[in-house]
Design a protein around this ligand. Structure first.
Ligand SMILES: Nc1ncnc2c1ncn2[C@@H]1O[C@H](COP(=O)(O)OP(=O)(O)OP(=O)(O)O)[C@@H](O)[C@H]1O
Length: 289
């Protein structure tokens, strides 16, 4: 094949230099392409995108300084590169941590182990999934605000500790009871691990995403913030509108339908699916932030 390509090129443009291509070179190119693609996705989905734009502007400025031989500016740029790199590490520490955690979550070899199939692979039961969907839409219909975090691979112990410890089975009635106005547990978020509610009144980190709609308050900001620092799926019921929204992977999807929520919960129900490398993202539903 390579020989044929060489012959065709020889006819067209003389004697071109084509280096020997081994199978490992092709594998290497594919690995680098996947890594570059993942880094680009990460940059696009995090604040790093703003950093990249900032760096491009800075690069342009330095280029102009170089062209016009502005020595003082070039000297300052040279001296501050180390400090800027350090500052970027500090500013992007949560995103970098999250990226490394994601890498650790990926179970690349799980699909090779057939004995894995016999294990208990369900994260939570169908009953819990239905209870969550029913509870959210019941609360939405009477405009009761709620914030529910469904834990996945990353343990949320540090957030559980901010609330009141519970250990009870998930059911629609229990969730409705927790978020009932003027009851001791209604404020803050509940955290769900498997089929159990582990904590209520938990305090979640607020997102500092500038693009989030100004009409959304701290409940939605907390849901988005939690989805930025963990792989959890967060459900929000708005006290103001009764809309049910969902946050995951730093994206907030507003005003979802029961079918959409059921589908998303179904997708995270299976533990093994976390190892999937490529997933086809379906179109976003309504107002995604
Ligand atoms: N950081 C947080 N962690 C957990 N819960 C929070 C946090 N911040 C706010 N909340 C919850 O959100 C409630 C306030 O919601 P607020 O009205 O500010 O938000 P909102 O996004 O406009 O929601 P809604 O549409 O329900 O009004 C608080 O009473 C509290 O229960």
């Amino acid at each position: 094949m390579q020989q044929e390509i060489k012959q065709i090129l020889h006819k067209l443009i003389g004697d071109p230099y084509i280096p020997e291509l081994r199978i490992t070179d092709i594998v290497e190119i594919l690995i680098i392409a996947v890594i570059v693609y993942e880094i680009m996705l990460w940059i696009k989905n995090t604040k790093a995108w703003m950093l990249l734009r900032g760096l491009l502007m800075l690069g342009l400025f330095i280029l102009v300084a170089y062209v016009f031989r502005m020595h003082a500016i070039l000297y300052l740029a040279r001296e501050s590169i180390g400090i800027l790199a350090f500052a970027a590490l500090v500013v992007f520490q949560p995103e970098l941590r999250r990226a490394l955690e994601k890498l650790g979550e990926k179970n690349l070899f799980s699909s090779f182990y057939l004995f894995d199939r016999g294990r208990e692979n369900l994260r939570f039961s169908d009953r819990t999934r239905e209870a969550l969907v029913d509870a959210c839409f019941s609360m939405g219909s009477v405009k009761t605000g709620a914030l529910i975090v469904v834990e996945r691979a990353i343990h949320l112990t540090e957030y559980e500790m901010t609330g009141i410890e519970l250990d009870c089975k998930v059911s629609e009635q229990v969730i409705l009871n927790i978020f009932e106005h003027n009851t001791p547990l209604h404020d803050g978020a509940v955290i769900i691990r498997g089929d159990r509610i582990t904590s209520a009144t938990c305090y979640l980190p607020l997102s500092d995403n500038m693009q989030i709609s100004k009409s959304l308050g701290t409940r939605h900001r907390a849901a988005l913030g939690m989805s930025e620092v963990s792989d959890a799926l967060i459900l929000v019921v708005s006290e103001e509108t009764g809309f049910v929204s969902m946050a995951m992977d730093g994206q907030l999807v507003r005003n979802v339908t029961p079918e959409y929520l059921r589908e998303k919960l179904g997708q995270i129900q299976n533990r093994l699916s976390d190892g999937k490398k490529f997933t086809i993202r379906k179109g976003r539903q309504r107002n995604e932030v």
